[in-house]
Design a protein around this ligand. Structure first.
Ligand SMILES: O=P(O)(O)OC[C@H]1O[C@H](OP(=O)(O)OP(=O)(O)O)[C@H](O)[C@@H]1O
Ligand code: HPA
Ligand SMILES: [Mg+2]
Length: 183
């Protein structure tokens, strides 16, 4: 679906598909530079990261391996509960591996703060974060993020993997959801 198909539900368009793809190419160049000659494992955080994972991995000229985790802290609400549950764990042993977590959005930061600590405790050589979006004014924890696509306002956003109650993930860009749609 295109942003235009959900325009009635949107307050405004935040990022067009073109803006997202341009930024993903830039992130890919930075990652290639930093990980040259290393064997990187991309860890996508389901489900939100599916689009970033698909596009970023294909933008890279490095050979990578990919794995996925599913964690949930939101349920169907629009606020993080802070309680992170593993719904699906990695298939990969990450001891001594260079891990790059791929995420769609950093909101409170609670999910990634917990996940980064969890993966580091498994003995990974490095655990860095690449997130397409970050809401600096919503951050509730200090988070060490290596690669960031866009800093955005605190509004609830959907599209390009991001859902509200499981809808809108298949929209090609990112838009701000009208508050009346979720309240
Ligand atoms: O920084 P935080 O406040 O922790 O929020 C960010 C997290 O919340 C969303 O996931 P969600 O739990 O909604 O699952 P989903 O990816 O399946 O939508 C999003 O994809 C991040 O993983
Ligand atoms: O703005 C958001 N949109 C969708 N999912 C989210 N999870 C945290 N913040 C968001
Ligand atoms: Mg979600």
């Amino acid at each position: 679906m295109k942003l235009a198909d959900i325009k009635d539900d949107l307050e405004e368009v935040l990022l067009t598909p073109e803006q997202i793809q341009t930024r993903i190419q830039e992130l890919a160049r930075a990652i290639e530079h930093d990980y040259a000659g290393r064997d990187v494992l991309l860890v996508g955080v389901l489900k939100g990261a599916i689009m970033v994972m698909a596009d970023l991995s294909r933008a890279l000229t490095l050979p990578v391996t990919m794995d996925f985790m599913a964690v949930s802290s939101y349920g169907s609400g629009t606020r993080s509960s802070g309680v992170v549950r593993i719904l699906k764990d990695l298939d990969t042993d990450i001891h001594d591996r260079d891990v790059l977590i791929v995420e769609d959005v950093i909101d409170s930061g609670l999910t990634l703060s917990w996940l980064q600590r969890n993966l580091r405790s498994r003995g990974a050589r490095s655990v860095e974060i690449c997130a397409l979006l970050r809401k600096p004014e919503a951050l509730a924890v200090d988070l060490d993020v290596r690669y960031i696509g866009f800093d955005i306002p605190v509004d609830f956003v959907v599209g390009y993997g991001l859902d509200h109650d499981e809808r809108y993930r298949n929209v090609d860009g990112v838009g701000i959801l009208k508050p009346e749609v979720y309240s």
